[in-house]
Design a protein around this ligand. Structure first.
Ligand SMILES: CC(C)(COP(=O)(O)OP(=O)(O)OC[C@H]1O[C@@H](n2cnc3c(N)ncnc32)[C@H](O)[C@@H]1OP(=O)(O)O)[C@@H](O)C(=O)NCCC(=O)NCCS
Length: 173
């Protein structure tokens, strides 16, 4: 398994993982029709845009065949909260590659980059119903924010896991 910075040529692989992982992760949380409608071309365009954002950083995980099986991205906190500096925006693996320790390795790559950018603290947002919240709890995240959000017509609760000192997450990686 190899974790490396994402390149422009990776957009198809990232979009594929994005859609597949969303469909398995959010089944029963987001409406079926919405998940079924996720479109590879739209996702590719979004990722093309994301990869060109100067202050963000995206990493991919490749299997031994060079196929992208996971990705993660991070950068400055997105809501301009004056107290929070860094954010991991997304981390997704294909189901077959989950719970093998890759999440820890991948998030380490993003955190190292956020620290290089000078971010001193961290937030990661997730839907409360997502069982993967256990991942952030295992990494020492404390719930520092909670709000209701509307996604694909559903009212859901989003939680923010915070680390006052970004270095604290490294103890768990
Ligand atoms: C969340 C995710 C990125 C974690 O990556 P991973 O490679 O599966 O996680 P790791 O194997 O590195 O797990 C590290 C620890 O986190 C905890 N953990 C991970 N996933 C968990 C889950 N679903 N439920 C409870 N605890 C979990 C465990 O303590 C685990 O250690 P253990 O396996 O030794 O018990 C991955 O499972 C994933 O892609 N999930 C689906 C997409 C998703 O929900 N992304 C987050 C959106 S906010």
């Amino acid at each position: 398994m190899k974790i490396r910075k994402a390149l422009e040529k990776d957009v198809t692989g990232i979009a594929h993982v994005h859609i597949n992982s969303w469909q398995s992760t959010y089944a029963g949380i987001l409406p079926h029709h919405y998940l079924a409608s996720l479109n590879i071309e739209n996702r590719k365009k979004n990722w093309q845009r994301n990869l060109n954002m100067l202050h963000n950083s995206t990493f991919v995980a490749e299997n031994s065949h060079g196929e992208i099986i996971g990705f993660a991205s991070g950068g400055p906190e997105q809501t301009k909260d004056p107290h929070i500096q860094g954010e991991v925006y997304a981390i997704y693996f294909l189901k077959a590659y989950q719970r093998q320790g890759l999440g820890r390795q991948m998030i380490k790559a993003v955190i190292d980059e956020l620290m290089k950018m000078g971010h001193k603290n961290l937030i990661i947002r997730a839907l409360k119903d997502n069982p993967s919240c256990g991942f952030y709890e295992a990494l020492g995240g404390q719930v520092v924010a909670e709000k209701s959000v509307k996604m694909a017509g559903s009212e859901l609760i989003e939680v923010g896991y915070g680390w006052n000192d970004i270095k604290d997450i490294l103890i768990h990686l």
